[in-house]
Design a protein around this ligand. Sequence first.
Ligand code: HPA
Length: 281
Amino acid sequence: MNFENYQRATNYIKSKIGDISPKLAIVLGSGLGVLADEFEDLITIKYKDIPDFPVSTVSGHAGELLIGTISGVPIIAMNGRFHYYEGYNLDEVTFPIRVFRLLGITNLLLTNASGGINLDFQAGDFMVINDQLSFFAESALRGKNLDEFGTRFPSMSQIYDIDFSGKLFDIINKYTNRAQTGVYAYMKGPSYETPAEIKALRILGADAVGMSTVPEAITAKHCGMRVVGVSCITNMASGISSSLSIESSELSHEEVKETADKVKYTFKNIVKDYIQLFKVL
Ligand code: HPA
């Protein structure tokens, strides 16, 4: 991708949203599409209509941008994200993040579903991401650096914004007594991990595992955004027996979707409360 590709997409979106300037961009993970119901003066833009924007393919994921206000705060949200396992290149996976930046947005909330590795976790918990692991995956910043966005060798010593992450943690605590914080390990998917991989990830310091978020977080940090990430723990990771599914220890997408579905209204309320933080900014 060239800088012009990002500009073209940005200009198209600007032509559709007029003088709305979103204060926060949100990437909606599995199940969180219900946030769409909360928008006032909603404008939807289909990914397929945006120049150079990739198009979503995975079942259960929509493919549109939502723009409008929630609790009076102008918001832009991705309803459906791009995953590496779908076959996209990483510059496609992270394309929307840079477009958000060119729209003038400096705050990003990444949400996802993940498998719990930390033995103190259980399905239905929410984990505020405080750091990430992606040793075995290529970087979203590989290739020619686009200096317009950031430097060649950006620091990743603090990807997730401490201040906003702390506030999100407090909000989760208000709605559940299962607020967690921890390290998110990125795996490329689409197969779930093996028990040996999960054991290794635990030894390496991971608390949860998933197939998204990390490329977007690195890209956002590179272009100077304040990033916050939250994982809904939809299942315990491979090889960890879940007290909730005694009849089968095989992980399935159905189990992930079932938990995401169960907690989606709580998740929505948490995000709605988080949005309020941007009212005064
Ligand atoms: N592994 C990887 N990705 C996931 C999982 C998991 O256990 N659960 C939800 N997304």
